[in-house]
Design a protein around this ligand. Sequence first.
Ligand code: COA
Ligand code: MG
Length: 294
Amino acid sequence: MTRPQASAEQPRRSALYLPASNPKAIAKTRTLPCDIVILDLEDAVAPEMKEEARRAAVAALEEGGFGGREVAIRVNGLDTPWGSDDLAAIATSRADAVLVPKVDGPSDIARYEAALREAPSSLQLWAMIETCASVFALESIAAMAKTGRLSLWIMGTNDLAKEMRAQLTPERTPFLPFLSMAVAAARAHGLTVLDGVCNEFRDLDVFTAEARQGLLFGFDGKSLIHPSQIEPCNAVFSPGEHELAWARGVIEAFALPENRQKGVIRVDGKMTEILHLEQARRLVAVAEQIAARD
Ligand code: COA
Ligand code: MG
């Protein structure tokens, strides 16, 4: 069964990684409230388990039971011994997306597109942004979305910290310029963009602060490593009561007969323009999709 294509308002608040070599985790995921499931064949799987993990990921999708969640498989890179077999297996699987690691520039996206030539057009290509080289090619990587399957980015902050030899502290200071440039590049080309993982999964205050930082930067959602992170993540990335009340107020105000022809009006004592009306409509549409899902 092919699933409907993702819409711009589709909730993509929470994307949970799990090693595809862990059958218990796969079974558990079918009951968890995450918007996206990422079955990992790459960093979370040891070399001797790669083939087993690939078979398990394809079989899990065959079995189904993921409901409305999007399911992606993260493959090993094409320059590893497993990459091309991973891509071949996924091209004929029921995955919604293939997530590719360590993209340096647009030519890497082109290589993955070529490897997926025969796959159904509904299979999306998602990319990890996690190498130092990619920092300087963000716009040209994002521009590949115009001509192919590329539809979503995930920040790989652990790999980036390793390559940069930077420290991944809760404030994420060394990464801030890169995070905002990535969001801007993604938006310029209509990509969904998800923040990196927070390795701290016991202290949910630390997690929540980091998720809020991602929201502040404009991310659509966050990638996660543990079920405990899903609910706080969904809460941070769902429009709040206050925001929704503002959005409804803006929509109502612009709908008044005396405001129909106006580009700028006053709502609750604040300057409000057509651009705010667009933001308000998007918020309400996102909230409606979330309500339909929950
Ligand atoms: N997805 C689904 N289920 C998960 C999960 C995940 N990412 N992480 C843990 N669980 C499940 C466990 O299987 C366990 O289930 P059970 O109660 O039925 O036995 C339950 O949640 C509790 O797990 P817990 O004991 O708290 O965690 P752990 O110490 O076993 O594992 C990690 C900790 C970090 C190793 C594990 O969470 C994990 O593998 N995360 C994903 C890592 C990953 O994919 N990294 C790649 C991208 S950065
Ligand atoms: Mg990685």
